[in-house]
Design a protein around this ligand. Structure first.
Ligand SMILES: O=C(O)Cc1cc(O)ccc1O
Ligand SMILES: [Fe+2]
Length: 458
């Protein structure tokens, strides 16, 4: 339990601190409701002729109107001014240049090589969350509502007088260094390394960096939303529990904001629209389409208790499905601190070739295979590209022989995204100074242990 109790969380800060005052609602996919002023939420009516306090009613739909009820997602926001009250959208100048939402032969590369990137440098020049984001790889198209993009970010300053709105897809953000204070239309979320936050398509949000230098990972999915995985024979409990997902409570600001900019990502390009008020003017809301956060230390891992190595799908925290049962558009797998107890078993991740595509990152500590990993770095093993324990891990595991005993891997937290869609790599990711060109060296020197006399398995 020690990692969970001592989970590295930064102090909450003093009076007036963003995080200290926050209240959340708990649950996954619930029909939530919240009001910042008592009586602001119309009861028994979504769209009254006149809303309480003269608020405007506005619906945000995260699924088509006609999506079956079990998957339908929408919320009603009661706001001081409607979102439409803004100047025309214009292409942002300068253009961003390192974001992609449609992966084609002309803008990105097919490359099956095992790839690893060292931890990303945080820039010296003032850079906010939006400008600090860059796409690493992805597949499919936002326009066709099928695919994903994997981004990283490295930033050092808060977004000011501007909110981001992603029309392309849902973001799942994984801070690795530095807290994120995220203001959304549904309220505020304080997110620390070790937490994740999901910002669904279309919600306006602004990110402050209370710790300055910050970096992390962002997965974006087009045309799907994350769900909790089925538990099958695991039973009714285990892995990520619905009640550990936290949803904000209504918070609003009403002061005029003469030059407030909405930056809309649409087809991977950025557009800006100026308005004279804050988009965070929602006094009350209700619905099941909301941002949410999750503390990864709450994840309850299951695994083998006698022998062999479970497939990593046992670590699925959230899953965005395709139309094929059991085939993910993007699974999010959590590798938390845990016990290794399997007897007579080669415990590190096995040698593997997968029809799926695997992208990994490290939040803290290391990862026991593939030349280790570094916090803030990343690696990609695409469809059918071999990977597995590096020479050193293989030899040292074999050398330990039978008497490994139960061993606790502490102080570690890493994750993997797994997708059926083959990623294309962005040119700036291939040319990045963080690219580890020696990655394959980790498997050099694997020697043959083939011996016709060795007939028993241990
Ligand atoms: O390290 C990896 O690449 C991920 C991974 C984990 C695991 O437990 C088994 C196979 C596998 O590919
Ligand atoms: Fe794998």
């Amino acid at each position: 339990m020690d990692d969970r109790q001592n989970a590295e969380k930064l102090p909450a800060g003093g009076a007036g601190d963003f995080a200290a005052e926050l209240k959340y609602q708990s649950g996954f996919g619930n029909h939530f409701s919240s009001e910042a002023i008592a009586g602001a939420l119309p009861i028994g009516h979504n769209n009254p002729l006149v809303c309480p306090y003269g608020l405007y009613a506005e619906q945000i739909n995260g699924t088509s109107f006609t999506t079956p009820r079990s998957a339908n997602q929408r919320s009603w926001l009661y706001r001081i001014k409607p979102s439409v009250t803004h100047e025309p959208f214009k292409a942002r100048s300068p253009a961003h240049g390192r974001l992609m939402a449609e992966f084609t032969q002309s803008n990105s590369s097919a490359n099956p090589t095992q790839m690893r990137w060292m931890p990303v440098e945080i820039p010296d020049e003032p850079t906010d969350f939006l400008d600090g984001m860059f796409t690493m790889c992805g597949a499919g198209s936002s326009f066709l509502r099928h695919g994903y993009a994997l981004h990283m970010y490295a930033a050092n300053k808060s977004m000011e007088d501007c909110a981001f709105c992603n029309a392309d897809g849902d973001f799942l953000v994984i801070p690795q260094q530095g807290r994120l204070w995220v203001t959304t239309e549904c309220g505020k979320l304080a997110v620390s390394p070790g937490d994740i936050v999901v910002l669904p398509q279309g919600f306006r949000f602004s990110v402050s960096l209370p710790d300055g230098p910050s970096r992390g990972y962002i997965a974006e999915i087009f045309g799907a939303h994350f769900q909790l995985p089925e538990l099958g024979p695991i039973g009714a409990n285990g892995l990520a529990a619905p009640r550990d997902f936290l949803v904000p409570t209504a918070w609003f600001e009403e002061e005029p904001r003469p030059e407030y900019t909405i930056v809309q990502k649409y087809g991977g390009e950025l557009f800006t629209a100026v308005q004279d008020f804050s988009p965070f003017n929602v006094v009350a809301w209700h619905g099941n389409y909301t941002p949410y956060k999750y503390d990864l230390s709450k994840f309850c891992p299951y695994n083998v208790v006698l022998f062999d190595h479970a497939d990593p799908s046992i670590f699925t925290g959230l899953s965005a499905p395709t139309e094929k049962p059991g085939v993910a558009l993007l699974d999010f797998l959590i590798f938390p601190p845990r016990w290794f107890v399997a007897e007579g078993t080669f415990r590190p991740p096995y040698f593997h070739r997968n029809c799926m595509n695997e992208f990994m990152g490290v939040i803290h500590g290391g990862y026991e295979a593939k030349g280790g990993g570094y916090p803030g770095g990343a690696c990609l093993h695409s469809c059918m590209t071999p990977h597995g324990p590096d020479t050193k891990s293989f030899e040292s595991t074999i050398a330990l022989g039978d008497d490994m005993g139960p061993r606790r891997e502490s102080g570690t937290l890493s994750f993997m995204f797994e997708s059926a869609l083959i990623p294309r790599i962005c040119p700036w990711a291939l040319e990045s100074p963080a690219m580890d060109h020696d990655y394959l060296q980790h498997w050099i020197g694997m020697k043959s242990h083939f011996n016709r006399e060795l007939t028993d398995i241990k």
